[in-house]
Design a protein around this ligand. Structure first.
Ligand code: PDD
Length: 296
């Protein structure tokens, strides 16, 4: 059983008890992050913590910790889950508005609930690297603040389930004829050698992976455009990619049962995937030694 961090303590995940009155449970009144770590080192932790602060501010929840305190707590979590057999871990961190009698308005007094837990991240399989993945399009039925990383994800869940039922890995969401993002990923395309992705707006989560991939594409000399991307352009793109902290850069080779480009992961994806692996190998902070007194 993996170890979780829960309100100041480290304990086995199955020993964590969440109150039925927790506003995260009752209202989805909470925000989250998913932070990758490779070989015990965080990857882009600072960017994830900045986005967490942004999400907390957007839902008017005072941040319970400074960035250095978050780092310390998450490092403690990595130390306690340092199994050499699963060296790559995604850290799920959720902050809710806390426990209070059920009332939609904010409680006068409540302590935020903080939960962090880990799960293994697997490298992209050879099959995916050779053959890519399938995606389907779906209407974007989410709310008007998709730039907040809120746990209120029912529309995303339904879209992803629809994709799964059609044998696809992801749903690419369309709003007013334009691509917004995936159910749990950002969408980028390549058209005539140019890397294009929808601009940051309330309809798109500012993905940490998206941002890195755009940087890697620019460094590799590809023109990059952050602009509206129509359904028509999506369907005629040479390459389609999905980015997220747990799935890196996924090449989509079938869209709504039609091949994307020649139906194989494209040359620009090959280049960016390789650059991403190099970036990962320089992941930030080494896993510090476990304190001798055990669990804090
Ligand atoms: N989701 N858009 C949505 C709606 C997402 O849920 C995610 C990630 C992304 C990509 O963001 P990033 O590159 O910062 O991971 C875009 C996480 C992984 C999840 O919900 O599990």
């Amino acid at each position: 059983m993996s170890i979780a961090y829960f309100n100041g303590e480290y304990l086995p995940l199955d020993a964590v008890r969440i109150s039925p009155l927790d506003r995260g449970f009752l209202f989805g009144d909470s925000v989250y992050e998913v932070i990758p770590s490779y070989g015990g080192r965080f990857f882009l932790l600072e960017q994830h913590l900045q986005r967490l602060e942004r999400s907390l501010a957007a839902i008017r929840l005072a941040s319970p910790h400074e960035p250095s305190q978050w780092r310390e707590r998450l490092e403690g979590l990595l130390q306690r889950n340092g199994d050499p057999a699963t060296p790559d871990l995604g850290i799920y961190l959720q902050v809710t508005r806390g426990v209070a009698p059920r009332d939609h308005a904010f409680p006068a007094e409540a302590q935020p609930t903080i939960l962090a837990m880990v799960s293994p991240i697997r490298p992209l399989s050879e099959t995916i690297r050779d053959q890519g993945v399938a995606a389907v399009t779906a209407p974007d039925q989410r709310w008007a603040h998709c730039d907040i990383k809120a746990t209120t994800l029912l529309a995303n869940v339904l879209a992803r389930q629809g994709a799964t039922e059609q044998g696809a890995q992801e749903a690419i969401l369309l709003r007013d004829g334009q691509v917004t993002e995936g159910a749990a990923s950002n969408v980028l395309v390549v058209v005539d050698g140019e890397v294009i992705t929808p601009p940051l707006a309330a309809t798109v989560l500012p993905g940490v992976t998206r941002s890195l991939v755009l940087k890697l594409a620019r460094s590799a000399g590809y023109p990059v455009a952050e602009r509206n991307l129509s359904e028509h352009e999506l369907r005629r793109a040479d390459e389609v990619w999905l980015t997220s902290s747990t799935r890196e850069v996924l090449p989509v080779t079938r869209l709504d049962d039609q091949p994307v480009g020649d139906g194989r992961p494209g040359p620009v994806w090959q280049r960016i995937h390789a650059a991403y692996q190099v970036a990962k190998s320089g992941a930030e902070t080494a896993r510090p030694a476990l304190p001798s007194e055990g669990m804090a």
